[in-house]
Design a protein around this ligand. Structure first.
Ligand code: FES
Length: 558
């Protein structure tokens, strides 16, 4: 199974477990009302989970998730890892032994001995019969929940909508266990009082005998021992593999200042840096999605394995020379000298916020530029130029905002705008086309207003492209601003320049046409070539943006 497939299975199993936990905790929360409310909620809870399908899914997910966790532990090249990763791993490994007693004492007791694992019985154990187990159970609740929430966070953190939803998700993530623990405590207090009523304990635990308790304790002990043995075996297998690789199949990497790091063959350069505790930039977390981990190969270039297509694509995109490789993708098999090209601190300083790492998403990018403005500005007084530019920026900026875009850069007489950051790429493309028409109309209206002062009407050239870009706050200190970087931005800028070649108002890529659902048959199709890009970009050339409505009919930009 590929590592991607393993991750999918692990996440799916984790989601089933988290769903179970959520419903279970909500049932606990009913204890805030009364023990009777807890028991009533449990009837629905059992209907949902104690049927053959749900039981199979739940315990299948539990075993799969635990085994894949051990497998991931075995596969890790190094146990040096960021703090959050270590916390998630340790919490995950703690869950099975804590959970075993709970499952055996309730579900298995029910299946083997017909014991009714009611809240009254369970709370009696935690609060009266074996009070030391109460805090342990509370710890289990928190550990399992935190582990699950961390998994969800790291799974979703790069989703476009996640930052907006995060505040709500954090609220839910805090509220559910707090309510569950409050219900657990309140229910426990009620049971403690009831336990003083003569005969109540026997009614609450009709089938519990010392023999069943002893048998269940034995099963718990055996399962925990088996898990401990499995964990020990996993760690021993890791150790044996590492020793074998170090002894028989290791490679030395030389870093700047003569630092030599010897690691087993199969480590990436990034893993080697982490293994040796060397700071190494890796903004995308080693997924081959940025280029911050790139290294120059000072020695041993000819011995390196060829770059994968994914790595080649990134290197091509940044125009990297042949001796530069991505550290997170490169697995040297022979001694090699590497020079990291981006200091870890610099990589983080240039990309700030949640935002600190940026979020990759599909957006529409618009570039606009005034034709011949530089020549016109040379013949005017600086204050007049400032006045004209501000009026122009007002016209195009308001047009962008009205259409739903973000005008994020005004440089010279150029404007860059992002569309679809909130609404998605399809809506973004439609909004960008609407904005283009409004920008042109705004500039035309400004030209008419200032006709007595302008040698000729202002003319705008606009380029639009859609695709993946990393969107976030960038800059330094107080001077950070929201923007996008990536190939999509370069293509949009190039399309804006192409409006000069075609002497037209608007050039849009075919991707924009498709994503906007825009009928562009009336407009000629061309190919625009780009530096560092083998395939040309297919575009539509629109002489007069005002014709968009009539030419595009009902499917056009409105
Ligand atoms: S860490 Fe992003 S490409 Fe290597």
């Amino acid at each position: 199974m590929s590592s991607h497939a393993v991750r999918v299975v692990r996440v799916s199993a984790g989601l089933i477990l988290l769903t179970y936990l959520t419903t279970h905790f909500l049932n606990h929360a009913f204890g805030i009302v009364s023990l009777a409310a807890m028991e009533a909620g449990r009837v629905w809870f059992l209907l949902l989970w104690r049927n053959p399908v749900a039981t199979g899914a739940l315990y299948g997910a539990l075993i799969t998730h635990a085994l894949l966790g051990l497998w991931a532990l075995y596969r890790r090249r190094t146990l040096r890892m960021p703090g959050w990763e270590a916390a998630q791993l340790v919490l995950g490994l703690t869950i099975p032994p804590l959970l075993t007693a709970h499952i055996v004492g309730n579900r298995l007791a029910h299946e083997l001995y017909g014991i009714d694992d009611s809240y009254a019985r369970v709370l009696l154990v935690f609060w009266v019969a074996a009070p030391w187990r109460g805090p342990l159970h509370a710890a289990l609740v928190l550990i399992a929940w935190i582990h699950g929430c961390m998994g969800i966070h790291f799974w979703l953190r790069f989703r476009r909508w996640y930052p907006r939803a995060a505040v709500w998700l954090v609220g839910i993530a805090v509220a559910i266990p707090v309510l569950a623990l409050a219900g657990f405590v309140q229910g426990g207090i009620e049971v403690t009082t009831l336990a003083r009523t003569p005969g109540w304990v026997r009614i609450a635990t009709p089938r519990d005998t010392s023999a069943t308790r002893a048998a269940l304790a034995r099963i718990t002990e055996n399962v925990v021992t088996a898990y401990g043995a499995l964990l020990a075996l996993t760690l021993a297998a890791r150790g044996a593999r590492a020793a074998y690789l170090r002894r028989w199949r290791s490679v030395s990497l030389t870093y700047p200042h003569g630092r030599v790091v010897t690691v087993p063959i199969g480590f990436t350069v990034l893993e080697a840096s982490r293994y040796a505790g060397l700071a190494h930039a890796s903004v995308c977390g080693g997924r081959g999605r940025c280029s911050t981990c790139r290294v120059r190969i000072a020695r041993g270039l000819d011995t390196l394995p060829p770059a994968s297509e994914a790595e080649r694509r990134v290197l091509r995109r940044i125009g990297a020379p042949p001796d530069v490789r991505l550290a997170c993708q490169l697995r040297p098999a022979h001694s090699t000298e590497v020079v990291p090209l981006l200091a870890a601190r610099d990589a983080l300083a240039t990309v700030l916020g949640h935002e600190r790492q940026g979020v990759e998403q599909e957006i529409a990018v618009v570039f606009a530029d005034l034709r011949g403005f530089t020549r016109m500005a040379e013949k005017r007084l600086p204050y007049d130029v400032v006045y004209l530019l501000n009026r122009y920026f007002e016209a195009v900026g308001s047009a962008i905002e009205r259409a739903g875009g973000i005008a994020n850069q005004f440089t010279g007489d150029g404007v860059m705008a992002l569309f679809g950051v909130e609404s998605g790429p399809e809506a973004g493309c439609r909004q960008a086309l609407v904005a283009a028409r409004a920008m042109i109309a705004g500039v035309d209206s400004l030209s008419r207003e200032l006709s007595g002062d302008l040698p000729q009407p202002l003319r705008l050239g606009i380029g639009i492209h859609v695709g993946h870009a990393v969107v976030g706050r960038m800059g330094y200190g107080e001077s950070t601003y929201f923007t996008a970087v990536g190939d999509t931005v370069h293509v949009a800028a190039r399309l804006e320049q192409a409006t000069k070649d075609y002497d037209c108002e608007l050039v849009i890529s075919e991707d924009v046409v498709t994503r906007a659902g825009f009928d562009a048959d009336a407009f000629p199709r061309h190919e625009v070539t780009l530096r560092n890009r083998a395939a040309p970009v297919l575009v539509r050339v629109i002489d007069r943006v005002a014709t968009l409505t009539t030419a595009s009919g009902s499917g056009g930009a409105r």
